[in-house]
Design a protein around this ligand. Structure first.
Ligand SMILES: [Zn+2]
Ligand SMILES: [Zn+2]
Length: 223
């Protein structure tokens, strides 16, 4: 699922700087998939659910109030049912992501051997200039091409983009998986992601954080 992968298996470090937003990163599963735990005014939000995320959340001793999914690729949703069960938190995702988490056979039909415990979304999310999640406002961008229904969550005030597998440090998401489309991906990055601003920090689905400005100037795929 990844083009670039860096090992950042740190456990429960808080990243606190001049930003208002506090977040923690966990990297789990064979594809080294990142998830991000974000502190919202009304509770913790976890973005994506790679293998091991549920146990990590327990170790971190947080009470997760909401699970949001950037997209439905199996490495990002492996622990969805577990997290739902343990924390009894609602799940929000795009309509195209719903069958990927509710149908046990979904990935098998594409030839992936991995199987997930099924779960149902509690609500659907689509592109919108502003939506409130637990007291935190995000602009939601729909950037398909890597995966149908792929969402990027932008905290404008904090200049932070939880981007899923759209844009990586010196890379982009694969476009050759089922439902992928290179034109949609590159168009989305150029027309939706880049205009958010050079100073915006991208928290990607794989690898280390990066800045939009860095990628706009140096990313070999979308320069
Ligand atoms: Zn991924
Ligand atoms: Zn993916």
């Amino acid at each position: 699922m990844l083009r670039h992968c860096f090992v950042i298996r740190h456990s429960c470090f808080f990243i606190i700087n001049d930003r208002v937003l506090t977040y923690k990163t966990f990297c789990g599963g064979i594809f080294e998939t990142n998830c991000y735990l974000v502190s919202a005014p009304e509770g913790w939000i976890i973005f994506d659910a790679p293998d091991g995320a549920c146990d990590w959340l327990s170790v971190c001793n947080v009470d997760v109030k909401l699970l949001l999914l950037t997209h439905g690729h199996v490495d990002h949703v492996q622990d969805v049912a577990k997290i739902k069960q343990r924390f009894n938190c609602p799940i929000g995702c795009h309509a195209d992501t719903a069958p990927m988490i509710s149908d046990r056979e979904f990935f098998r039909s594409f030839g992936f051997e991995l199987e997930i415990d099924p779960a149902k979304p509690d609500f659907l999310i689509e592109e919108t200039p502003a939506r409130n999640f637990l007291g935190l406002e995000f602009q939601v961008l729909e950037v398909p091409g890597h995966c149908p229904g792929s969402l990027c969550f932008f905290a404008r005030k904090d200049e932070l983009l939880i981007g899923g597998d759209v844009l990586f440090a010196a890379g982009v998401g694969r476009w050759d998986l089922p439902g992928g489309n290179a034109d949609l991906l590159f168009d989305g990055i150029r027309k939706k992601v880049f205009p958010l601003g050079d100073n915006v920090t991208v928290l990607p689905g794989h690898g280390p954080p990066t800045k939009i400005g860095t990628e706009r100037l140096t990313n070999p795929f979308v320069r």
